[in-house]
Design a protein around this ligand. Structure first.
Ligand code: AMP
Ligand code: MG
Length: 343
């Protein structure tokens, strides 16, 4: 398939909108990461998104709307908490999982009786949805399992020849995917952390929100004893789902966790050891407490290290139990396949 390369100009957005309208696939920038969009209500188009990404069909997509009121196309129930979150955070990097109304295609929601909806805070994304005259179902525009794309060149690397068009815009402002909150239970539950934190959500609705159990479990894994060397067979994930590759660079990756000076020293030690056996080693260490910057740069840095052909990435863990750093750590641990060395 020949992929059309478009800009964010009015004429190009109109071309892209026609492609979506006619059942095609278009990658487009949002403030979080680039999305791979199809007409939400066109089941065949949505099926093609799974195919282009190589994504398992039981992993649902986020529906992107251009007006908050368009959530009415997906659900019949707006609770006071949902309204408060929309008023506080839309447009923005917050996805709300709500009870699905009849008529929302199963393909889009992976057969669930809920649907995930978000209004992006990005002019090209909103222009595209408006011009296409339909909500756009879109997961991230990367091959399934790879780091998410935050720059047009990352989308081109993964999707050239697999989709109808790519809109090249600015680098994504946020850099990690939206916070996903399940609003269908008694207590709002964070399914995926993002830059909108639990604390910010709680301030908006005036009550506790919780994290899904699996998120806190992830951070407890201690898999590798650095002194004993690095062996992937040492790794025994606690839940089978954690074996599923996500955000993984081509290089192998270890996350080093602990007090900052010890982390730095351990990275140096492991770097030397690995270089001595001929490995090309890349280091990913963010400034202390610079969580927003880490979110912005994380996926781009993984892709840059892959482009440099490194064999092993040594990443310093961010110490943050609830906020933006925690959201970055959620990605970092998955990227590393839960290879964690604690020092
Ligand atoms: P991606 O854009 O590739 O990050 O994928 C969208 C994310 O939203 C995935 O993590 C999905 O599991 C999640 N998601 C989409 N719809 C639902 C839903 N109805 N319930 C729970 N999670 C959802
Ligand atoms: Mg994704």
């Amino acid at each position: 398939m020949k992929t059309l390369h478009l800009t964010t100009s009015r004429e190009d957005i109109a071309k892209a909108a026609k492609i979506i309208h006619d059942g095609g696939l278009v990658a487009f920038p949002t403030e979080t990461v680039y999305g791979l969009g199809a007409n939400t209500f066109d089941e065949d188009a949505v099926a093609k998104v799974y195919e282009a990404k190589g994504r398992p069909s039981d992993n649902p997509m986020i529906v992107h709307v251009a007006r908050a009121s368009d959530i009415g196309q997906f659900t019949r129930m707006l609770s006071p908490d949902i309204v408060a979150l929309i008023e506080n955070f839309w447009p923005g990097p917050l996805t709300l999982v709500v009870k699905k109304k009849p008529g929302v295609p199963d393909r889009t929601t992976g057969g669930l009786d809920t649907v995930a909806v978000r209004m992006p805070d990005s002019k090209p994304a909103l222009d595209l949805i408006n011009a296409a005259c339909c909500p756009i179902a879109a997961p991230s525009a990367n091959l399934s399992g790879s780091p998410s794309p935050t720059r047009a060149k990352d989308v081109i690397a993964d999707m050239e020849g697999r989709i109808d068009a790519i809109i090249s815009g600015d680098d994504c402002r946020v850099g990690i995917e939206s916070t996903v909150v399940d609003m269908t239970g008694d207590v709002p539950t964070i399914l995926r952390p993002g830059i909108i934190t639990a604390e910010a959500l709680e301030a908006a609705i005036g009550k506790k929100v919780k994290y899904d159990e699996s998120l806190k479990e992830e951070s407890k894994h201690v898999q590798l004893d650095p002194a004993a060397g690095v062996s992937e067979s040492d790794f025994q994930p606690k839940s089978p789902g954690m074996k599923y590759k996500h955000y993984a660079p081509k290089a192998d990756m270890i996350v080093i966790e602990g007090e900052r000076s010890r982390v730095k020293a351990e990275i140096e030690r492991l770097k030397k050891l690995n270089e001595s056996i001929g490995n090309n080693v890349g280091v990913l260490l963010f400034e202390e407490q610079a969580f927003i910057e880490a979110a912005h740069d994380f996926f781009a840095k993984l892709r840059d290290l892959d482009a440099q052909g490194v064999d092993l990435i040594l990443a310093g863990a961010l110490s943050d139990t609830d906020g933006v750093g925690f959201a970055v750590m959620n990605r970092m641990l998955k990227s590393a396949g839960y290879n964690i060395a604690r020092v």
